[in-house]
Ligand binder design. Structure first.
Ligand code: NAP
Length: 250
């Protein structure tokens, strides 16, 4: 395909001009990343359902002058989990309450998780996320601080760590959950993708839990964005190889 994907560093004060310029230039679409995922909503004409509730987008599609916004972090998280388990009817524990936690929480609630618990270093932020889910989705999530981790892991089917703990170069950080708290068959999804086998996922292996690397979510958010822009499904193996090579710095 005769397409090109290039980075454009954009200063916050230039965001509006950047979106208008991209539209005027006839660009098919872009990914949007930190720190613009929320601010860019102001310049979008049509926001895809879940993205509107999450309040953040990472993918724009320019459609005959209409700017459409999507959150493929959310769908990427779901697809990564559904490679190994069914979210519907599952009990989910989310650690962290930032942007990635929001995307995962709304998506998994919509998918039919039976219950969701959100625990955060700053419990107040977990409370705000749970209240937002109750307002927008009518879904009552539990929330609190990390002292609730031991009891919450015990009753969870799926554990998602959305914090940067264990991310390069802090690869030997103490994980928020150790093997002694995990049980066999627990799905452990660490959103950190560098390294691919994080300290949390090593603990999951020790506990005979099911580790899911953040690279799966990263891959699937890209796959979905590609499909939104081109209308075509990309070859997964080619994208996966390219991603792994890029992460290794090849
Ligand atoms: P964010 O909005 O900054 O949120 C980070 C969350 O982690 C906050 O809840 C924060 O708690 C908590 N936290 C930060 N440092 C911590 C520590 N040392 N111990 C315990 N908790 C800590 O960031 P984000 O955008 O959600 O991204 C979070 C992680 O997900 C990053 O590592 C990012 O690379 C990864 N991510 C991966 C993908 C993927 O495709 N795999 C996609 C998106 C994000 P406080 O509220 O107390 O500050």
């Amino acid at each position: 395909m005769d397409w090109i994907y290039v980075p454009f560093p954009v200063k916050p004060e230039n965001l509006k001009a950047a979106v208008e310029g991209l539209r005027a230039l006839g660009v098919e679409g872009v990914n949007v990343t930190i720190p613009h995922k929320e601010a860019v909503l102001e310049y979008i004409d049509d926001i895809h359902g879940t993205a509107a509730m999450i309040g953040a987008v990472n993918t724009l599609k320019f459609d005959d002058g209409t700017v459409r916004g999507y959150n493929t972090d959310a769908s990427g998280c779901l697809r990564a989990l559904e490679e190994v388990t069914s979210v519907e009817g599952s009990s989910v524990l989310i650690l962290g309450a930032g942007g990635a936690a929001r995307a995962c929480a709304f998506q998994l609630a919509e998918r039919g998780a039976s219950d969701i618990t959100i625990l955060n270093r700053t419990p107040e932020k977990a409370r705000l996320l749970a209240e937002d889910m109750a307002d927008k989705l009518g879904f009552e999530a539990s929330y609190g601080g990390y002292e609730l981790i031991p009891g919450s892991v015990k009753s969870a089917d799926i554990l998602i760590d959305t914090t940067p703990v264990g991310m390069y170069p802090h690869t030997d950080d103490r994980p928020l959950v150790g093997a002694e708290l995990m049980h066999e068959g627990l799905v452990v999804h660490d959103l950190v993708y560098n390294p691919q086998r994080t300290v949390l996922l090593r603990e999951a292996e020790r506990a005979s839990a099911i580790p899911v690397s953040g690279i799966r979510m990263l891959l699937y958010q890209g796959v979905e964005a590609f499909r939104i822009w081109t209308g075509r499904d990309p070859p997964l193996d080619v994208m996966e190889d390219a991603l792994k090579r890029a992460l290794k710095g090849d």
